[in-house]
Design a protein around this ligand. Sequence first.
Ligand code: HAM
Length: 419
Amino acid sequence: MSTIQAVRGMNDVLPDEAALWREFESKVEAWLERYGYRNMRMPLVEHTQLFRRAIGEATDIVEKEMYSWRDELNSEELTLRPEGTASCVRAAIEHSLLHDGPKRLWYSGPMYRHERPQKGRYRQFHQYGVEAIGFAGPDVDAEHIAMCSALWRILQLRNIRLELNNIGSPQERVRYRADLVRYLEKHQDRLDADAKRRMHSNPLRTLDSKNPIVQELVASAPPLASYLGDASLAHFEGLQRLLKAAGIDFTLNPGLVRGLDYYNLTVFEWAAADLGAQRTVCGGGRYDGLFAQLGGKPAPATGFAMGNERLLALMREAGRNPQPRPPHGYVVFQGEGTHEYAFAMAEELRSKDFSIMLHAGGGSLKSQMKRADASGALYALIVGEDELKAGEVSVKPLRIEREQLRVRRERVAELLKGS
Ligand code: HAM
């Protein structure tokens, strides 16, 4: 019979790789706690309409990357979440999370986008998302950027650079958009098919085109910055002042517009010099219009999300390869009645917080000892008929040169504790 493989772009994390995932997760979660962020968990499936409204109809994600289907039983259009911000805001509105003041939140888990898989780009990938809802000032934008900078230090990742932009308010962008479209129309002959399509549906996305000809053209387009009013400029200056005070380097990139439509004012991305084409490890910005857009009471908000697979790839490239902690003991047994005795002893030791593996699958004592050695355990705990009769256990150190001891069963915990 033919075997069944995983779905393309959706990866298994095998035990040897999971050790690094767990190290990453425990560091990230300790860091989030240090900044006072609280965890929340949203469903993987939402109404399709949520993402259409939040991310925008004319974005790559909504146009072609969502896993959507119709649930015939309930006549509902549903989608596997491509990102977490829309769900987080939906949940905040649904449960009135802002009724007693602003909130600092985080979530994590798999996201789904039907992209063309390649190194660093998957159809199921994992994010940590951080959202500060109910905060209007540039200070929280700065807090997020400073948090990222601190996290790269904690993870010992170098060469991750910050790009920053301010895309103004929706009103400022309406004026800018009209002028940009006029400019692009004048130079239609130099636009590729994608840029031509975007020119009317989402003209700002032509600013971050990967096509060098389009790039050159938009470099001479009217600059978005010159359309920003006093409030937008003050926000941007406030942010830059705080970043400079904290010694955080950044590059201003007027072409940075992000692939989701809910942003206003601050947008930023962190890119790793050492990764290939998929080098953006983290991105975010302010989304002050999203609460109202999803039918809630207007509230300012800002946030970011990072791609776990890309950060883990950087950690792996930096040579990080944590080993799992070895068990304290591996129990082997042979002879009438020894299985029950060994089984009960293993449970007793685990209840005292020791990690104990009990041999399974039978075999000679010699083959069991081989398994004990391969397990990485510090001690083999040997139960034969003699030990059973005497209420004892033979304890053989496997990692240090020391003689085997035979002790009463009650003393095993004491002996392991000293290890
Ligand atoms: P995003 O830029 O779409 O933003 O995704 C954030 C990060 O997720 C990216 O920088 C990248 O590291 C990772 N990522 C995205 N797509 C893939 C993929 N196909 N494979 C592997 N990694 C990927 C958001 O999702 C926003 N919700 C961020 C945000 C939160 N803005 C405000 N709050």
